[in-house]
Design a protein around this ligand. Structure first.
Ligand code: ADP
Ligand code: NG1
Ligand code: MG
Length: 488
């Protein structure tokens, strides 16, 4: 079976005049490098379902170059889509109502639910040790069913998944899976949506898993473009190309410490701390805190610059962690109202580091803007540009380590190793508490850099024994976002 590619107009004709995906998701000729995986995926599909898949969606992972833990505060980020991706082979089934899901990787067990429409009502955040893999897929299906008009929804769907984004490592494997499930369901329904809408709906859908992410991962998954990173702005969602210096190469290196974000409260605690910091800043500045949810809300109400916001934080918020009772006192509210407005459990004994978290966010948001402007400045020579970008990445890492406290001992050792191997800058990427580092080097040094990093970090490491290191430390470049392909 061959994989066909068709132009958008051929596609429209093929679908009886109804434009699928609108002027939106590209229908592309698949890269030759996908061939082996596509063959394996199609044959897995056939063996499980005794049918041919009708189309395929591809959604990439991403590496965030700078702007960590600021998206859910409303601030811009600067990621790029990477080569590693999630592929889903799909067939609409109109003779039964089931969702049948399988994965080429046998560690992810098959899933069946007899009534696809019921998935709209599923609760997907009720897990203790982290969600089963198929729940991420169900998030995307649920999100799609909520926006597809009833008469268009498929009765049943057969789907086979094949992914090669290292999971639980800050390269956004979860969002690639959620977004691919959404795109597969939307496309199977011949429903038209813009890339921005897909990204927004996918971001909301992934929150069903229980983590309150900001939308960066789904945005770059759909808006990514080969050749440039993206500055992603939120509310409204917009992506602007960031042309990276020609001589810069970004290397991803895995710390070999996994962290499943939905299995702990770490991530949501940071989201909550930022919300409370925003409300306390608003109150201390004489503003109505009840209308404030994000740090950017307080920022916009105050009309200050990011630098001024950092100064306000240093002046108004203290370093020792805040207790629940103190926050209620400052906001002149009850635990019940704070629970309703800010989602703080009524009887929590938790303490909140408001100053550290808010300082990180305002300074990191400023670093994102500096990163873009350094990329664009015409007056800098090549070496100076790289030096400045590297310094911004390194400052970002220090801040994540000391103010945001989302690094991991193995990440810190890996960042030091990358620096010792000559990186111009290195930082943790993604949510943290493990996962990957992104380091910047140059074209002429990248091969030596990767080899030296392998020797320095991985070669004497018990955790790395028997691993194919090509999958754990590799150069990367900006790739395209989501696409759709057709099977013949
Ligand atoms: P990440 O930083 O990779 O997004 P998360 O903790 O957010 O990490 O979510 C990762 C989870 O996504 C995995 O634990 C797994 O359940 C799911 N996942 C990722 N890749 C795949 C895949 N190829 N097949 C099935 N499930 C996957
Ligand atoms: P990962 O690295 O995929 O767990 C998370 C959030 C992002 C962003 C980053 C930190 C989701 C789906 N992703 O990413 O929105 O907040 O952490 O910058 O919640
Ligand atoms: Mg994730």
């Amino acid at each position: 079976m061959a994989l066909l590619w068709k132009t958008r107009s051929e596609m429209s004709a093929a679908q009886n005049g109804s434009l699928i995906g609108g002027e939106t998701i590209s229908i592309l000729k698949p890269d030759e490098r996908l061939k082996g995986r596509l063959d394996a995926l199609a044959s897995h599909f056939r063996s499980r379902f005794q049918r041919e898949p009708s189309f395929l969606v591809r959604v990439p992972g991403r590496v965030n170059l700078i702007g960590e833990h600021v998206d859910y505060c409303g601030y811009s980020v600067c990621p790029m889509a990477i080569e590693q991706d999630v592929l889903v082979a799909v067939c609409r089934s109109d003779d039964d109502d089931a969702l049948r899901l399988t994965n080429v990787d046998s560690k992810y067990q098959d899933y069946l639910h007899n009534d696809l429409q019921e998935i709209r009502k599923f609760r997907l955040d009720n897990h203790t040790l982290g969600p089963a893999w198929y729940k991420y897929f169900l998030c995307g299906v649920k999100g799609a069913l909520e926006v597809i008009p009833e008469k268009r929804r498929p009765r049943g769907v057969l789907a086979a998944v094949c992914g090669n984004i290292p999971p639980n490592a800050g390269l956004s494997s979860s969002s690639a899976l959620v977004s691919a499930a959404l795109l597969a369901t939307v496309h199977a329904s011949q429903h038209e949506m813009s890339k921005e809408d897909m990204a927004t709906v996918s971001a909301s859908a992934e929150r069903y898993i229980g983590t309150q992410g900001g939308g960066m991962d789904q945005a770059i998954a759909f808006l990514g473009k080969a050749g440039s990173a993206k500055l992603i702005e939120f509310n409204p969602l917009r992506g602007f190309d960031v042309k990276l210096p020609d001589d810069a190469v970004f290397v991803i290196a895995h710390s070999l410490a996994d962290h499943n974000k939905a299995a702990t409260n770490d991530f949501n605690t940071r989201v909550l701390e930022c919300r409370l910091a925003a409300q306390v800043i608003a109150r201390r500045s004489g503003l109505e805190w009840r209308s404030v949810q994000k740090l950017i809300d307080a920022h916009q109400l105050l009309g200050a610059s990011l630098e001024e916001m950092a100064a306000i934080v240093s002046r108004e918020l203290h370093e020792p962690p805040y207790e629940h009772q103190e926050i209620c006192q400052i906001l002149d509210t009850t635990p019940e109202e704070l629970n309703r407005i800010s989602k703080v459990p009524v009887d929590t004994k938790q303490k909140f580091k408001l100053r550290q978290r808010a300082l990180h966010v305002f300074e990191e948001a400023a670093r994102v803007l500096s990163f873009r402007s350094v990329c664009e400045r015409k007056d800098l020579d090549a070496a100076d540009r790289l030096r400045q970008l590297g310094n911004l990445m390194s400052s970002s890492h220090s801040s994540l380590q000391s103010l945001y406290e989302c690094s991991h001992p193995r990440i810190d050792v890996l960042v030091e190793a990358a620096n010792a191997c000559g990186a111009l800058g290195a930082r943790l990427t993604g949510a943290g508490w493990g996962g990957c580092v992104v380091a910047m080097t140059t074209n002429d040094r990248v091969e030596d850099f990767v080899e030296n990093l392998k020797k320095k970090f991985y070669h004497n490491d018990e955790c790395a024994k028997g691993l194919d290191l090509m999958r754990y430390v590799f150069p990367t470049e900006p790739k395209n976002g989501a696409s759709i392909h057709y099977f013949q």
